[in-house]
Structure formats: structure tokens, C-alpha cells
Design a protein around this ligand. Structure first.
Ligand code: PDD
Length: 280
């Protein structure tokens, strides 16, 4: 694989980042994941805008212009022959060659790393036909989940808790209300109405979420942005998640409770189709 590090395209084995890099030492870094379908980047603009916002919120410098970022994305997709897959981008605050809680001087260059992940069958994912089983876990992450930082230890542990319980993913719950999945936004459907948590500092402002809510409205589906409890979710007709890495993923079971018929519901299935039709 050819990866990108600070201006250079290199074989992955030759790419290097300092051991003092704050992304490594302090999780002082933000990231984006953009999907690729048919060699085409999906919603690059949305991801670029959110990246800028994450950087601004953390007083981190922009590594380069949006156009330059697009160019790097495209070049990596081409160099690695990606038809279906993902482009991962990470920006860290860099390093001034030591470990310190104080940020390095403002002119310290940020570290910019990008790589691709080839995922053949991402769109025709058999997992989407089966639907995902989720467990619920307490949301103990920090309060700025709207910033896409690389502090992913707890979501990663949540995923492992799910695997251990024979499930696929975990939904995180705060004060009884579902916040989001470990790496996706969460939705339930009751009486034909799509319910999802409103945007705040408590969840990531999903790029796929935005597209899916727009598509739902265009298709005359009813959408309500409000908090919902995990108990309400277990009594829903259906549920699903959205993310750049799985698009619309039906959820068929929560904490061992089957939703509806225990198979992907009509709303989630239709939204997945509409989303992929537009993306492809
Ligand atoms: N995760 N919520 C969380 C906590 C996420 O990590 C993600 C994305 C989303 C969905 O956002 P979007 O639709 O913009 O992908 C919601 C990425 C895919 C990841 O960590 O791999």
C-alpha cells in the first residue's frame, strides 16, 4: 500500500512519524474516514468541512488547503487502485521533540497522515442483509464527542464487549438515552417515524446522518430529532445506524431483544438503497 505522510507518498513500511508526536502520546489528533464507491469519494466536501471544524475547536493548524486534501485523497485512491473502500485521514498537533502537557509552539507543523483501506463488497455487504445485533453500554466518553478526535479507546472496548456478548456493536447510553453507536449514529423507527438524537456536543455530527436525513425527508418519510431511551429502542419497530464505513446498517436486536420480525426493517432497507443509489 502507498500511504501519505507530510507531503510524501511512500510504501507503508517506509512511512515514519516521530515517537514524540502528540497524536501518539496524547491522542492530540483528529481524523476523518471517507468512503469510496466505484473509485469515487463519497461526500468529500462534508468531511473536509467537519475536519476544519474539529481543528478549529482544538486550536490546531490546518495542514493544507481543502483542494490539496482532495488531491491527496484522489491520488491515494488511484495509486492503490481502490474501487470500494475507505480513505483514512489523521491530523495531529505534531511534536517539538519532547513530551509536555503544554501545546508545542504555534508554528510547530501538524502531522498529516492518510491511507486507504480496500473493502470490496462494501456496498453489497451481506451483513446489511442480516442486520446487526447491538448491546447497550454506559457512555463514559468525554463531553466533546462532536470533535472527531482519535480518543477511540472506549468505543473500541465497547466493540469488544459486544463481540464477547455475541453481538456486533454497542450503543452507548447516557442518562438512559442513547447517544450513538461506537462508530455510527443511532436511529429507531416507530409507527413509520424515524427518531434520532439531535445534534449537540454529545454526539458526532455524522456526514452520513446529514445525507440520510435529507434523503428521508425527500422521500416523504417522517423524521423526529429528539432524545430516545434504550427502553424505547427495544420496543421500536426497527432500528439502524449510519456511518461512512457502513452507510445505513439495519439493527435487528438490542440487548437480546429482537426488533419487529428480527430482520432488517423496511425503512432501514429502503434508506440504505436510496443512499447507495445516490452515492454510486
Ligand atoms: N466513525 N458517531 C461516531 C462516534 C463515529 O465514530 C462515526 C464515524 C459516526 C458517523 O459519522 P459519519 O457518518 O460522518 O461517518 C458517528 C468512522 C466511520 C470511524 O471511526 O471509522
Amino acid at each position: 500500500r502507498t500511504v501519505y505522510v507530510n507531503g510524501e507518498y511512500l510504501p507503508e513500511g517506509e512511512a515514519k512519524v516521530s515517537v514524540f508526536d502528540r497524536g501518539f502520546l496524547m491522542a492530540d489528533a483528529v481524523y476523518e474516514v471517507t468512503s469510496v464507491l466505484g473509485g469515487k469519494l463519497i461526500d468529500f466536501e462534508g468531511h473536509a468541512v467537519r475536519l476544519k471544524r474539529s481543528l478549529d475547536e482544538l486550536d490546531m493548524a490546518e495542514p493544507c488547503s481543502k483542494d490539496a486534501l482532495l488531491e491527496i485523497h484522489r491520488k491515494l485512491v488511484e495509486l492503490n487502485g481502490i474501487d470500494e473502500g475507505l480513505v483514512y485521514l489523521q491530523v495531529t498537533r505534531g511534536s517539538d521533540g519532547d513530551r509536555d502537557f503544554v501545546f508545542p509552539a504555534e508554528d510547530t507543523p501538524p502531522t498529516l497522515v492518510l491511507f486507504t483501506q480496500s473493502k470490496p463488497g462494501l456496498a453489497d455487504n451481506p451483513a446489511a442483509k442480516k442486520g446487526a445485533k447491538v448491546i447497550s453500554i454506559e457512555d463514559i466518553r468525554w463531553g466533546r464527542r462532536d470533535i472527531k478526535t482519535v480518543q477511540l479507546l472506549y468505543p473500541s472496548m465497547g466493540k469488544m464487549m459486544a463481540k464477547k456478548a455475541g453481538a456486533d456493536d454497542a450503543w452507548m447510553v447516557e442518562d438512559g438515552h442513547v447517544t450513538e453507536g461506537t462508530s455510527n449514529n443511532a436511529y429507531i423507527v416507530k409507527g413509520g417515524k424515524i427518531v434520532t438524537r439531535p445534534l449537540s456536543n454529545g454526539i458526532l455530527h455524522g456526514i452520513t446522518r446529514k445525507a440520510v436525513l435529507r434523503l428521508a425527508q425527500e422521500a416523504q418519510m417522517e423524521v423526529e430529532e429528539r432524545l430516545f431511551t434504550i427502553d424505547e429502542a427495544k420496543q421500536a419497530d426497527e432500528a439502524f445506524t449510519t456511518s461512512a464505513s457502513a452507510f445505513v446498517m439495519p439493527v435487528v436486536e438490542i440487548d437480546g431483544v429482537a426488533l419487529g420480525a428480527g430482520t432488517p426493517g423496511p425503512v432501514a432497507t429502503r434508506l440504505r438503497e436510496i443512499y447507495l443509489d445516490e452515492a454510486r
